[in-house]
Ligand binder design. Sequence first.
Ligand SMILES: *Cc1c(COP(=O)(O)O)cnc(C)c1O
Length: 354
Amino acid sequence: MTRAESRPAPQNFDRVLSSMCTEPHPAAREAAVSFLADNPGDPATYPAVAELEAEAVELLGDVVGLDDPHGYVGSGGTEANLQAVRAARNRADGDVNVVAPESAHFSFQKAAEVLDVELRLAALDDDHRADVDAVADLADDDTALVVGVAGTTEFGRVDPIPALGDVAEDVGANLHVDAAWGGFVLPFTDHDWDFADAPVDTMTIDPHKMGQAPIPSGGFLARDPETLDALSIRTPYLESDTQPTLGGTRSGAGVAGAHAALDALWPAGYREQYERSWANAEFLAEELEVRGYDVVDPVLPLVAADLPDSEFEALRERGWRISRMAGGELRVVCMPHVTREMLERFLADLATVQ
Ligand SMILES: *Cc1c(COP(=O)(O)O)cnc(C)c1O
């Protein structure tokens, strides 16, 4: 075999039920390839990709109810969450803390460690959402940031964002919403989660998850320009004066891919996708319940159910890419590549291992 023949092929999505990423939209894939060598981190040298980034941020503003958005397309949710903590810390004095629900993504732990701030994790209510009283109990005068999650990684829950906004206002903290995964489905639901619904200061929304953009494509958005100012560093050898991003050289493919996906899909395409994904989640939840499994009622297109270890392992052996949560439950994310036919094949395989 030649080296090319033995090279691993990219993942086939036929049996991927555990991922929060998906196959990019064809237009996004094409745009990514053509902007592979452009560096949005150097806008004076690469003005075209810088223009696409500004347009992508405007489009993201439309998705999250913000008329005049400030932000950029970065490497993903981890970077955006870290930047939210960093902006809040830089705008406060002295030692500060961040209050987040226990369901917050592990990237906040990385952020706390890198930025040397205290992370206080609040208990959840009995539906896996942030308990507002528990958050209020942990918040104090040194709290720089209150975090709410709109679409939790484990159960797809939406925290009570307006109530968390009240807590943040009471202690003079910023409010950050982590909608890394949920941001492209929530506009089509009744949840209160965005800049128009609550005094949100910053938000994470990842085009490379439900947004059907290629990796790496993350979104960091702020209501006020002062937030980006708090992140800005002087850049002596570039023609542009300052840079609010964490990365220096950044992915032109990610920026152009995000722009192309948003341009092609917002809003009608994302709405159709949400409706398909939601119908699939309801279908799967019902079919699992009928088969006798304990299912956590889905709120967004993510289904969690109790599955014995032996059945889980047998399905993995059949090639199903499934994952378990901290509590052991099976978790199926109904991403755009997850079709009804695929779920039917999964249920048929489940029947044989039951
Ligand atoms: C995936 C995810 C993140 C992390 O995003 P990356 O792009 O993987 O860095 C943060 N928060 C939530 C809610 C997520 O689902």
